[in-house]
Design a protein around this ligand. Structure first.
Ligand code: CS2
Length: 499
């Protein structure tokens, strides 16, 4: 019988169990911190990244930086599962040395919106909370891609503007909480820390929040603009979705049941702009890089890692590779991704002299090849309408500006467009998960497989393609060639042709 089919232990993780789990703790020492961070979007990424850094920082230098994690999708099941384990969970690091489980203690409380709104706003009003951080994915920002302001056409934003005291969106929640901070005696704001894969994530969030607040109260918007720090960050760790394999690994290594463990790769990186007027954990003491300007790191990561991740995901969905390691094990695919990074992406980046871009490329290829992670291409393929602009289209714009070719980048965009027909080259059907899914799949279906019709229909989606790029003749010609190649030869043939 394989370990995955063994019954899980009855007794779940608890703080009382910790003394018996010493070898799975970062340190046997621990004094329960008070809550100093509220984190919106308590998904796997945060739990394998910022929460670990924060626990290590508290172990290194103390401080009350316990975390209150918030799920914004009403996921009371996740809240209850984590709270049944008193906030504890295992991080399962999967690398060449096998699986290593660490039990994380920094998560002290979990709330689910909207059910726990009173508790969340009480927490956000507490002056001990000095940082509100976020991993809510691109779509959680409710951003109008044309202006960068809050999207007033978004029904959830309209709801929050009509009910500013019962908000559900990120800009609505932050604005309500910051208003309460401003109105409190000696009120001081918290620092807002975006940890999502957006270009200039801090500045982008600041604009969304200020433009939302301005709809309600100009003085409040001005106060936020002056008083609240929104440092930008670059976060990196590959963190797939949880499967029963992690539950089995934790049970095997710990002898306790963990319903919500998180798998991840050994690598991690965090580059943060050091603007925290109300203080921060000693993240710099545990490997995070605190810098004045995060832009070069952020662009390198978005274009090299996330750009090739999305390329791999769409080509794989068409060509039938289920996971990133399976895709990169294909020699033609590996060549394509290698050449794409070397010839089309790296030349668009200006990084400090100490940043070795080709070494970064090689490290990424090695991370993708990790056979233990089983990072599903379908997971990365989600939300393409949000991901394409910073990951691929900005790179194409930079190549156009420099007068350089971008055939492989165009293939990635063509693969996304073809992916939207919702079936692989061999006919296997899959779901499209995207905030614009209905519109995108209807447009793709209306093209009936004809490359020019597909291109014209999808280039008209202004949330994804700005008018300048959509109307650029040379871009259209290159994209059309890539669409035709995919149509005529399928993804595997196109990969072979452009490797
Ligand atoms: C991935 C990212 O799902 C995706 O779109 O590209 O989550 C990626 O794994 C992380 O950004 C790595 O840091």
């Amino acid at each position: 019988m394989s370990s995955a089919t063994l019954p899980l232990p009855q007794q779940c993780l608890s703080r009382e169990a910790l003394p018996a789990l010493r070898t799975h703790l970062l340190s046997p020492h621990w004094s329960e911190p008070r809550i100093g961070i509220v984190h919106l979007g308590i998904g796997n990424f945060h739990r394998a990244h910022q929460a670990l850094y924060t626990e290590e920082a508290m172990l290194a230098a103390g401080g009350d930086w316990g975390i209150c994690g918030v799920t914004l999708q009403g996921d009371v099941g996740k809240r209850d599962a984590l709270m049944a384990q008193q906030g504890l969970y295992g991080v399962v690091e999967r690398g060449p040395q096998g699986a290593q489980v660490t039990v994380v203690r920094a998560l002290c409380e979990v709330l689910a919106m909207p059910a726990d709104a009173p508790a969340l706003f009480a927490r956000l009003a507490d002056p001990l909370v000095r940082i509100v951080s976020l991993t809510v994915t691109e779509k959680g920002y409710c951003r109008d891609p044309k202006t960068g302001d809050v999207d007033l056409d978004d029904p959830a934003v309209a709801h929050d503007l009509a009910h500013p005291r019962a908000p559900r969106t990120v800009p609505g929640i932050l604005t309500a909480a910051l208003r309460a901070r401003r109105d409190a005696p000696n009120g001081q704001p918290f620092t807002v820390l975006s940890c999502d894969n957006l270009s200039h994530n801090g500045a982008a969030l600041r604009q969304v929040v200020c433009s939302f607040a301005r709809q309600l109260d100009t003085a409040l918007a001005d106060w936020i603009a002056v008083e609240v720090a929104f440092p930008s960050t670059m976060v990196d760790r590959i963190v797939p979705a949880t499967t029963d394999a992690e539950r089995a690994t934790v049970a095997e290594q710990l002898g306790y049941r963990d319903d919500v463990p998180v798998p991840c790769e050994p690598f991690r990186q965090w580059v943060i702009e050091d603007r925290f007027p109300r203080g921060r954990p000693a993240w710099d003491a545990v490997g995070a890089q605190l810098v004045d300007d995060v832009t070069p790191f952020e662009l390198a990561k978005l274009r090299m890692l996330n750009g090739t991740h999305s390329t791999l995901a769409y080509l794989s969905m068409l060509g039938g590779f289920a996971t990133i390691d399976a895709a990169i094990a294909d020699p033609a695919m590996r060549n394509l991704i290698h050449t794409l990074m070397t010839e089309e992406i790296a030349p668009t980046l200006s990084v400090p002299a100490s940043f070795d871009l080709l070494g970064y490329r090689d490290a990424l290829l090695a991370r993708y090849a990790n056979p233990a992670l089983k990072h599903r291409c379908a997971q990365i393929a989600m939300d393409g309408s949000q991901k394409l602009p910073p990951r691929l289209l900005a790179t194409i714009a930079a190549r156009i500006e420099a007068g350089k070719p971008y055939r492989r980048l165009a293939l990635a965009v063509a693969a996304w467009m073809t992916f939207l027909r919702a079936h692989a080259d061999d006919g296997t059907r899959y779901e499209i998960s995207d905030p614009l899914a209905d519109r995108l799949t209807a447009l793709a279906a209306s093209a009936q497989g004809e490359p020019r019709a597909l291109m014209d229909a999808l280039l008209g989606v202004r949330e994804v393609f700005d008018a300048g790029l959509a109307g650029h003749d040379a871009f259209r010609a290159t994209l059309y060639d890539a669409l035709r190649l995919l149509r005529e030869k399928g993804a595997r043939g196109a990969i072979a042709a452009l490797q």
